[in-house]
Design a binder for this molecule. Structure first.
Ligand SMILES: Nc1ncnc2c1ncn2[C@@H]1O[C@H](COP(=O)(O)OP(=O)(O)OP(=O)(O)O)[C@@H](O)[C@H]1O
Length: 353
């Protein structure tokens, strides 16, 4: 998009009238044309951040919101040039699809002939050709959300804001719509901010992901950064599946029930926790040489392209392993594991339990 704008949040905190501090003062910079996903557990402040950008909420004193370098902090939503899509569609049920899409254009007094042409273009953009005359209650959830998207884009907003737009849809539909949305956002090149608590959605859609935790930004990075280089124990634990073992450090190794892993960093804490992803664990089949851990299979889950094994190593938590091999494991069978050293993560902020 020619006119994509940057967005800056400067020291944007939010305290509600009842004293609840939904956001600590945060700093965030979004580049023109970028899709940024706000991700985090319920109540972490995602929606509040989105509403501050929209102009539906205003930051505490001292906070600033800039669009393209221009201070819009005091502007209400209708003066900011934003389009919004909500989880519950928020369409006008007594209007047709076309009327819903053209609502903002009519308010802006666009002549009827141009409006109709524009509706057609937008219907095509969201893959709803020919449905302009349909009533809203004759649409599926997925189609409704496509209408909501077309309506948000009709007024050619500078910024597109999406608040859990796919959450109400079933899994299959969610995936189709996610792919279409991804394509559309790239094609339009519009600056977009997308709120979700679904990490696979965040990974699939975000150029960058902002992980939030209790009113703070825990990490901002590409999906790969967030997954492979989590900045804290919280992010590591929140994203994907993470194994953890806790033990004591001795002679360059972390020793724990079930095995030992290399650990060369110095740690003042007597107990240290190491984390690693299931895909960084290999089942050792050529004898136990080179294995870091020994255990027994607790359960197996066939996932089609791979099998997930849950392994009891005698520690507090079982270890989860994923293997692509065509192997059938029985519960109780002994098993040896090797963890790739590059996959080991340690956080000094981490809880050790
Ligand atoms: N209008 C309000 N008045 C008082 N407290 C609020 C208000 N809106 C949100 N909060 C509180 O602020 C915190 C952050 O809420 P927010 O809706 O931003 O979280 P969220 O990350 O979007 O969560 P969810 O995924 O559940 O929507 C929560 O503790 C919430 O209870």
């Amino acid at each position: 998009m020619k006119n994509a704008v940057s967005i800056q949040l400067i020291q944007c905190g939010k305290t509600f009238a009842n004293g609840a501090q939904a956001l600590q003062p945060i700093e965030l910079e979004i580049r023109p044309g970028e899709t940024v996903v706000l991700l985090g557990p319920s109540g972490c402040g995602k929606t509040t951040t989105l509403r501050l950008i929209a102009g539906l909420e205003f930051p505490d004193a001292g906070g600033q919101v800039l669009f393209g370098g221009e201070d819009v902090t005091a502007l209400p939503i209708e003066k900011r040039g934003v389009g919004m899509v909500f989880q519950n569609y928020a369409l006008f049920p007594n209007m047709t699809v076309g009327e819903n899409i053209a609502y903002g254009l009519k308010i802006r007094k666009m002549p009827a002939a141009r409006r109709l042409a524009k509706i057609d273009t937008l219907l095509e953009m969201v893959h709803l050709q020919g449905l302009g005359q349909r009533r809203i209650d004759q649409l599926s959830g997925g189609q409704k959300q496509r209408v909501a998207l077309a309506r948000a884009l009709a007024v050619e907003p500078k910024v597109l804001l999406l608040d859990e737009p796919l959450t109400a849809l079933d899994a299959k539909l969610r995936e189709t719509l996610r792919a279409d949305l991804n394509q559309l956002l790239r094609k339009l090149g519009i600056t977009a901010i997308y709120v979700t608590h679904d990490q696979s959605e965040a990974m699939a859609l975000g150029d960058r992901v902002v992980v939030m935790e209790r009113g703070r930004i825990a990490q901002v990075g590409s999906p790969q950064d967030i997954y492979y280089r989590p900045a804290s124990h919280f992010v590591a634990d929140f994203i994907g599946t993470m194994n953890r073992v806790t033990g004591r450090v001795h002679d360059g190794y972390l020793r724990f029930a079930g095995g030992m892993l290399p650990f060369t960093a110095s740690s003042p804490a007597p107990a240290v926790t190491l984390m690693f992803r299931p895909e960084d664990v290999e089942v050792v089949t050529d004898g136990a040489a080179g294995a870091n851990m020994q255990g027994a299979v607790l359960s197996t889950f066939f996932l089609g392209d791979r099998t997930r094994l849950v392994i009891d190593i005698g520690a507090e938590q079982p270890v989860i392993v994923e293997t692509g091999r065509r192997a059938s494991w029985r519960a109780g069978e002994p098993i040896a594991l090797r963890v790739a050293e590059h996959g080991l993560l340690h956080f000094s902020d981490g809880a050790t339990a």
